[in-house]
Ligand binder design. Structure first.
Ligand SMILES: Cc1cc2nc3c(=O)[nH]c(=O)nc-3n(C[C@H](O)[C@H](O)[C@H](O)COP(=O)(O)O)c2cc1C
Length: 222
């Protein structure tokens, strides 16, 4: 797949089939993703890739916990600044309106929004999940390295005909994830990522992007 096609066809997919992902495909993706860049080649990513019985158990525990209305685990990092200032808050609102509009859920229907959000912890039906940890001593530059790594994984998945959804939602129940994955204490969960084949029946509309001049500054080209 052409690199532009990989970038343009990657979307946060929130509806997967239960078709298993061949282990050799994941192995190929993870071997290639290891070539993502990082400052001084620290490679500060610690992905745990889970399928089968452990993932079934993890989804079950997480969904039950969220459905029971348990409190979230205390945040180990700031997911969004408070308050989120313009233009970011408008972009977040536009995203929320589109996401829940696609599902036919009204703006003020918090109950329905909550029910839809629970699908996060079922990995939207995906048969594989990647949980990305980072050493808690790392700083913003290494978090950025981890982001590059995750995007590399997602683009390679496209090259294999697979889709993904990165999910900070998993950090909200990080203790439940840790129960199953048992990572060493120095690691902190950044996010999960659902991986699998898209269910076309559940396809949502594409998100938009800000016009280029809103985000890109160019100098000296004319
Ligand atoms: C670090 C990160 C965390 C995210 N967390 C979630 C999440 O918890 N649940 C979810 O449904 N989408 C999540 N997303 C997906 C974003 O909502 C999505 O990438 C964004 O709206 C742009 O849409 P697109 O990826 O389809 O282009 C996350 C994306 C990133 C990069």
């Amino acid at each position: 797949m052409d690199v532009y096609d990989a970038v343009m066809s990657r979307r946060a997919v929130r509806g997967f089939t239960d078709e298993p992902v061949p282990p050799e495909v994941l192995d190929r993706v993870l071997r290639a993703a290891a070539w993502a860049p990082s400052g001084s080649n620290l490679q500060p990513w610690h992905p745990y890739v889970v399928t089968g019985a452990p993932l079934v158990e993890l989804k079950k525990r997480a969904v039950e916990r969220v459905a029971a209305g348990d409190a979230w685990d205390p945040s180990e990092y700031l997911q969004y600044p408070e308050p989120l200032r313009a233009p970011y808050c408008e972009r977040r609102s536009a995203f929320g309106a589109q996401r829940y509009g696609d599902l036919g859920i009204g703006r003020d229907d918090q109950e329905a929004r909550y029910r839809a959000a629970i699908a996060n912890w079922d990995c939207f039906g995906a048969p594989v999940a990647l949980f990305c940890y980072i050493d808690r001593t790392m700083g913003p530059a290494q978090w950025s390295d981890v982001g590059m790594y995750l995007q590399t994984v997602m683009l390679l998945l496209r090259g294999e005909g697979l889709h993904s959804c990165p999910q900070m939602a998993w950090a909200k129940v990080r203790a439940t994830v840790d129960e199953i994955l048992a990572p060493p204490g120095e690691l902190l969960l950044f996010c999960g990522m659902s991986i699998g084949y898209e269910d076309p029946a559940q396809r949502a509309s594409r998100t938009a992007r800000a016009p280029l001049p809103e985000t890109v500054t160019t100098l000296g080209f004319d």
